[in-house]
Design a protein around this ligand. Structure first.
Ligand SMILES: [Zn+2]
Ligand SMILES: [Zn+2]
Length: 371
């Protein structure tokens, strides 16, 4: 199978759109005709070089498409099924999956080593094995992926929209409802309202937070946040923290969710000082590999004020459950998805899409595939 795909041969570099060969599915795999893929900052981390993975690689980890072919031993999926990719596969029976934490599935250890789960490649360029980013490579019009890396969704939801459920929506939404455990009446700060943070705003609003305070230096993103559930918006965390104290008798926010594109220890410290006694800081955005260790906070205050710093991967939930819950909320009109898509691009314009993301022009840009 020939497929148009966006590859990185080294990092940092621009994406190169090439023709690749995609193998048919083997045991426990499916071939997906990708319809659409969101462009997430996690893809950009690799083309700017602030994170590392096996190269060369085909990017994209937030996609939706249609199952074209199933490999041996695949049950529960058949050709024609509509699916959303999950950027962490879930085996269903390791101790993490068994305890409702599919996002921590042990199969995650095999995500960035290069080949697929059986140690061989399904994607090739001029005879060379291509690493499939997060095993799914949604920047390819066709991709053979583990069956545990897709979640079947109803046929009547638009794939060019629900592709966002593959990463940004679940990551941000889960940051609010699972990691921050937002409760009715809470005061919640969301730091950074791009494609992930905007869904933390939606999650906090849906859980009944009295005040959802969005922070971002880009005015357009704050306007979007205000349309999707933010009650107050600020350009800087210091103003947001001051406002949170002003409406909580000086106590501070119940939670602060850090969804900044490249998180530093200073950002986490700002969130730490913005939350009240017993408050929670959720760290969802990824740091650069070059970020030195350390968060400049008072360790005495961590214990004495009983604050919690909670790392959050993929919304701290289970994609197989969460994606369907998000579909239900979208259908009911409670979770906005269409509004999150600022622009759509052909695969040949992927570097334009990256530039738009980096310049803060998009909430989410979506790559549309042609076949
Ligand atoms: Zn992502
Ligand atoms: Zn597992």
């Amino acid at each position: 199978m020939k497929s148009r795909a966006a590859l990185l041969f080294e990092s940092p570099s621009r994406w190169e759109v090439c023709e690749v060969d995609v193998d048919p599915p083997k045991d426990q795999e499916v071939l997906v005709r990708m319809v659409a893929s969101g462009l997430c900052h996690s893809d950009v981390h690799y083309n700017v070089g602030d994170q590392v993975t096996a190269m060369p690689m085909c990017g994209g980890h937030e996609g939706a498409g249609i199952v074209e072919e199933v490999g041996a031993g695949v049950t529960g999926l058949r050709p024609g099924d509509h699916v959303v990719t999950s950027f962490i596969p879930s085996c269903g029976h390791c101790r993490f999956c068994a305890s409702g934490r599919q996002n921590l599935c042990r199969a995650g250890a095999q995500l960035q080593v290069g080949p697929q789960l059986d140690g061989t490649y399904r994607m090739h360029h001029e005879g060379q094995g291509i690493s499939q980013f997060m095993l799914v490579s949604t920047f390819s019009a066709w991709s053979t992926v583990p069956k545990n890396s897709v979640v079947k969704v109803p046929d009547d939801v638009p794939l060019e929209t629900v592709c966002l459920l593959g990463c940004g929506v679940g990551t941000g939404f889960g940051s609010a409802i699972n990691a921050a455990n937002v409760r009715p009446g809470d005061t919640v700060i969301v730091m950074g309202v791009g494609g992930v943070g905007i869904n933390a705003v939606q999650g906090a609003a849906l859980m009944g937070a009295a005040s959802v305070i969005a922070v971002d230096p880009v005015p357009f993103k704050l306007e979007m946040a205000a349309k999707l559930g933010a009650t107050h918006t600020f350009a800087h965390i210091d103003e947001a923290a001051e406002f949170a104290r002003s409406i909580t008798d000086g106590q501070g926010a119940d939670s602060a969710i850090v969804t900044i594109d490249v998180v530093t220890g200073d950002h986490v410290a700002q969130a730490f000082y913005a939350v009240s006694k017993g408050g929670t800081v959720v760290v969802t955005g990824m740091a650069s590999i070059k970020e030195p260790p350390g968060i400049p906070i008072s360790v005495l205050m961590l214990a004495g004020y009983q604050k919690r710093i909670q790392g959050c991967l993929y919304g701290m939930g289970s994609p197989a459950e969460d994606i369907l819950r998000e579909v239900a909320l979208y259908r009911a009109g409670h979770l906005k998805l269409d509004e999150l898509i600022t622009a759509r691009y052909g695969i040949d314009d992927i570097n334009v899409a990256v530039e738009d993301l980096v310049q803060g022009r998009n909430i989410r840009g979506v790559i549309m595939h042609e076949h």
